[in-house]
Structures are given as C-alpha cells and as structure tokens.
Design a protein around this ligand. Structure first.
Ligand code: AMP
Length: 191
C-alpha cells in the first residue's frame, strides 16, 4: 500500500491536488472535511453536532474523526493505498492513524506538505467561498480562526513525521499543474 498524507493549511490546495493524484495513482481519497460535510448534508446527529464546531472554524473532537477514518480503512482493506486529506490534524490523530495502519501492516509512506503564505490562503479561501457555498469560507474572522487552529494544533505534526523521516515540503504556489508535477516527482521516487 502507498499511504500519503497530503498536508497543509486550509486553502493550500489539498482537495484539488488529491483529485488529480487519485486518478494518476489509483488511490482512495479520504477527506475528513468531505465526510463531515456529507454527514451535514444527510442531516445525521453527528453532522448536526459537527456543523456547530465547523461553522466556528474550530476542530471537531479527535474521537469523532478517528472513528470515521477507522471505518473507511476497514471498508477499503484491499485498496492500493490512501490519500489522507485534512487528517490527521492533531498529534493524537497522528498517533491513532499510525496505530490503525500498523494493524493493517501498511504504515504511512510519506507526508507531502503544501506550503502557501497566509495572505495567499486568505485570498484563495474568500474566493472559494463565493462559489463553494461553504459558510466557513465566507467570513474572514472564521478563516483566520481556521488558520490559527492549523498553526496551534496541526502544524506541530510536521515534527512527528519528520522524526520518522517522512516529511517533505512542497511549494504550493504556482499553477495547479506545476504543483501537481512537484508532488508527482516526490511520489515517483518511492511509488
Ligand atoms: P476541511 O474541509 O479539511 O477544511 O475541514 C473543514 C472543517 O471540518 C474544519 O475546519 C474542522 O472543523 C472540520 N475537520 C475536518 N477534518 C478534521 C480533523 N481531522 N479533525 C478535526 N476537525 C476536522
């Protein structure tokens, strides 16, 4: 299995690049944000609870997203590999993911981190908010909250994977294809 964490702050381009990567490498895309939004669209109890937190730009509790990922991994046990997008977002999530993958016998292969300046992120997210219908993309204070959550709780995970020798930084500025090619050149070294 090839297990990739596509890492980066909100607006770094993880979703866009994941779509291209799953097509090229035949991997399964696991985005906790997408799963949570589909729970909201279905009006489930979990969705209703998560929406309150998501609309503020804060993180959903670890146990909620870990359980989601666990069930997706179990449902796709014969996959060629996974792209984790928006997960893990805390050290506790990273540790839980390692434990789940250890059970499968297929650890994380690599973490590729898209690096984009904060001013560019805010610009991209406000722009996306015009079409996405996502309430958390339409208010600059909420966007700033999401970036703060990323800086405080999520960015430290880089060290967790660096210690395992799995962290690679990728410049996340430029055309979609240029960024895609940068990701592919790292992946092709080990795929
Ligand atoms: P995203 O689509 O990845 O930007 O996620 C949108 C929102 O969903 C985030 O701002 C969080 O409120 C929530 N969320 C998504 N993934 C996670 C996660 N791994 N841990 C906690 N909250 C998450």
């Amino acid at each position: 299995m090839f297990n990739l964490i596509l890492f980066g702050p909100p607006g770094a381009g993880k979703g866009t690049q994941s779509e291209k990567l799953i097509e090229k490498y035949q991997l399964i895309h696991l985005s906790t944000g997408d799963i949570l939004r589909s729970e909201i669209a279905e009006g489930t109890e979990l969705g209703l609870k998560a929406k309150e937190v998501m609309d503020l730009g804060e993180l959903v509790p670890d146990e909620v997203v870990i359980a989601m990922i666990k069930s997706k991994l179990e449902a796709n046990a014969s996959a060629k590999g996974f792209i984790f997008d928006g997960f893990p977002r805390t050290t506790a999530q990273a540790e839980a993911l390692d434990a789940l993958l250890e059970e499968l016998g297929h650890p994380i292969t690599i973490m590729l981190a898209l690096e984009v300046s904060e001013s560019e992120l805010i610009k991209r997210l406000l722009n996306r908010g015009k079409n996405s219908g996502r309430p958390d993309d339409q208010d600059e204070a909420i966007i700033q909250n999401r970036i703060n959550e990323y800086q405080n709780k999520t960015a430290p995970i880089k060290d967790y994977y660096s210690l395992q020798g799995k962290f690679r930084a990728i410049e996340g500025i430029g055309s979609i294809d240029d960024i895609f090619n940068r990701l592919c050149s790292q992946i092709d070294l080990i795929f």
